[in-house]
Design a protein. Structure first.
Length: 358
């Protein structure tokens, strides 16, 4: 059965909210953000490889990151890389992967997972994926994992499901990032989950959904010449990929399809989208200070996160709830509560310092 298990790890993002560590040349998924000795993409690959054979794991990324992927995951061969010549969001990339996998194995069931998430209980995660694989191999459904929410987070999308006794629930609708009042209502109602952007489906079901909802994109990437897994694939993608619409899988398929289901899960998940979310997962001292890569003396300081390179010696006095990040010749100091502003800070740095610093 495992020979039918496939996975696509999405690793094309820039992670701009993790500037100055995450840059366009070296994004966050290739960094050891948690100080564990493994980059986020390495940890994601190992986790998925417990269930999915390594030959069946594809990495979807920007063509600029080809060398980085192969350096960090030397067990891969070039045929397992889906190199996007231009950024076109997640729908074209998932269609490309599905067409490639279908040409290898029409009975495949596929996991689509981001490369940069933190998962505490990996055993529970794998049990949830196996449950989803088994369901999708028997039924024509498109599945997503929904995280049990523990607070009204306004940074995540939400999934409403139909309440019944089935383990896998039918999805009623998706809501993009709500305001706080709406998020509180969602939590109170008890039939909403966080959208983690983790999907499972059979290759036949996802291709049928694309043919129904995005036929013009299918025409672009499947012209009947059977190029996938041949020497012509790379040239075909270089010539045609940019013609695809720039659209996410959520808008393109999940919000339109009628056969979408969700498995409510609780395996200790964080999307590691900001320095603040990373702070939440790091070990802290008695004053709630967290450190990665630095040798720090704290004096009258609490709630801070310090990240430097190469064990730099740092003294922090009188600072509370700040992020201090150093990378080469850039230092950023920002209140933790303002970590959502870092994307804009990076744009300002580009204008003032120059492109090479971002």
């Amino acid at each position: 059965m495992k020979k039918n298990y496939y996975a696509i790890i999405m690793a094309g993002g820039v992670g701009s909210r993790f500037w100055p560590v995450s840059t366009q040349k070296f994004p966050k998924q290739f960094h050891d953000m948690l100080g564990t000795g493994q980059s986020l993409i390495q940890r994601t690959f190992e986790r998925i490889n417990e269930l999915v054979p390594s030959n069946n794991i594809l990495i979807a990324t920007n063509s600029n990151y080809e060398k980085l992927v192969l350096q960090q995951l030397p067990q891969l061969n070039n045929k397992q890389l889906l190199l996007e010549p231009v950024m076109r969001n997640t729908a074209p990339c998932i269609l490309y992967a599905a067409l490639k996998i279908y040409s290898q194995n029409p009975d495949a069931v596929i996991l689509v997972a981001p490369s940069d998430h933190w998962i505490k209980d990996e055993g529970e995660f794998l049990r949830n994926i196996k449950t989803s694989f088994e369901a999708c191999s028997k039924q024509d459904i498109l599945m997503t994992l929904g995280i049990q929410p523990d607070h009204p987070n306004t940074g995540y999308g939400y999934i409403q499901y139909e309440k019944d006794t089935d383990e896998i629930k039918k999805v009623k609708n998706f809501t993009e990032k709500p305001d706080l009042e709406t998020a509180e209502k969602f939590i109170h109602s008890g039939d909403y989950l966080w959208n983690a952007g983790i999907f499972i489906w059979s290759v036949k079901s996802i291709l049928a959904a694309f043919k129904q909802h995005l036929p013009e994109m299918v025409d672009v990437l499947d012209d009947g010449s059977n190029v996938y897994n041949t020497d012509f694939e790379d040239d075909f993608i270089r010539n045609n990929y940019e013609k695809c619409e720039n659209i996410s899988i959520d808008f393109a398929i999940m919000e339109r399809a009628k056969n979408v289901h969700v498995l409510p899960v609780d395996f200790g998940w964080n999307d590691l989208g900001t320095w603040g979310s990373l702070y939440g997962k790091l070990k802290k001292d008695e004053n709630e200070n967290a450190v990665v890569g630095a040798n720090v003396i704290f004096r009258d300081a609490k709630g801070n996160m310090i990240r430097t390179q190469n064990g730099k010696r740092v003294v922090i006095q009188g600072l509370e709830d700040f992020i201090v990040v150093e990378k080469k010749d850039v230092i950023m100091i920002c209140p933790r509560k303002d970590d959502q502003d870092i994307k804009q800070i990076m744009k300002d740095a580009k204008e003032l310092f120059g492109k090479k610093y971002i």
